[in-house]
Design a protein around this ligand. Sequence first.
Ligand code: ADP
Length: 406
Amino acid sequence: MTATATRVLVLNSGSSSLKYQLLDMHDAARLAVGLVERIGEETSRLVHTPLATGGAKRETEGAMADHAAALKAVAAELAADGLGLDSPQLAAIGHRVVHGGLKFTEPTVIDDAVLTEIERLVPVAPLHNPANITGIRTARALRPDLPQVAVFDTAFHTTMPEHAARYAIDVATADAHRIRRYGFHGTSHAYVSRKTAALLGKDPSEVNVIVLHLGNGASASAVAGGRCVDTSMGLTPLEGLVMGTRSGDIDPAVTFHLKRVAGMSEDEVDELLNKKSGLIGLCGDNDMREIRRRIDAGGEDGARAQLAFDIYIHRLKKYLGAYTAVLGRVDAVAFTAGVGENAAPVREAAIAGLAQMGMAVDADRNAVRSDEPRLISPEGSRVAVAVVPTDEELEIAQQTYALVSA
Ligand code: ADP
């Protein structure tokens, strides 16, 4: 790495998608952002926004057979803006990796041995790690000389005490198959809990925060003095809160019942709970905007949307109560991600009735729209309720840059 190398490319590889951001860590500025969708199909699409040049968004359609083709297309777009991947200013590539197991507690420079370890985790993250591995292989092939760093969704949660991370099942079976609570969205929980402390003018070590990451996937975490002590997602991202398409918490016997009584296969149950449950399963929509619109329109359809909303809120309240008990003292509750940052009715409903726990929302503050971290609790509240926009790409870039510039 040269002294002038301050840029980091962040890659988030999904099974058929590749999201990327190029940041300059000199001032944390975003130089370019983009997304390739439908990789492997005839209709792959690349949307590239060159923020550094202030140029217009560019869209390219056409078959991109695999992640290698997609990354080459991204590299060509960046080169067209004078931001090519061969630039000496590029310090590193940071990869989002969903599952790091117990092994990876920190961001890690990727070598062959690390890649092998990430591959060993595929059985516990069959939906996510393979795509992340493909992204890493592709990027390494393109720039073999450049440091590449894996930043794990699970890492922030590895501080959980054993009594929070272990399921109450036979220990030998659990250990043989690495079954335990790992938790996900860790870069977001880390970033948001730190930002929340800053909003309160405190050091992270001084505050206890409940973070509610409410996107299409959703998870809660209890963070005590900057360290995660519990989180709602488990072995996989299926556990916990009601999500866009995932059920969250459910009696595990439901899965036996679906197989034995409803005659569903393993894959069908997996698909039902991961893709056809949560908000979409309850009311046919997983976008909170649409659900609110239907509630406002009323009638029978509105009642169906209202029930989905109520189930979503009820689960949030249960976690707020549980994590208040786990933390003992709560200084702040932070709402983040698509729903948490934008849906004022969700924030209002989740906190309603929790005065006994020192939590309240001020209607005027809650109605404010902003990209900045902000308090929505009334002046003098015992617990600060806040909206704290997350930035997983910036967190990945910062962790990557810190590691390679150390
Ligand atoms: P993910 O990263 O998990 O795909 P996001 O954090 O981007 O998801 O959140 C996406 C979700 O945020 C959408 O499905 C929608 O429910 C919700 N959302 C986005 N914008 C708004 C808004 N203005 N009002 C209410 N909900 C919103």
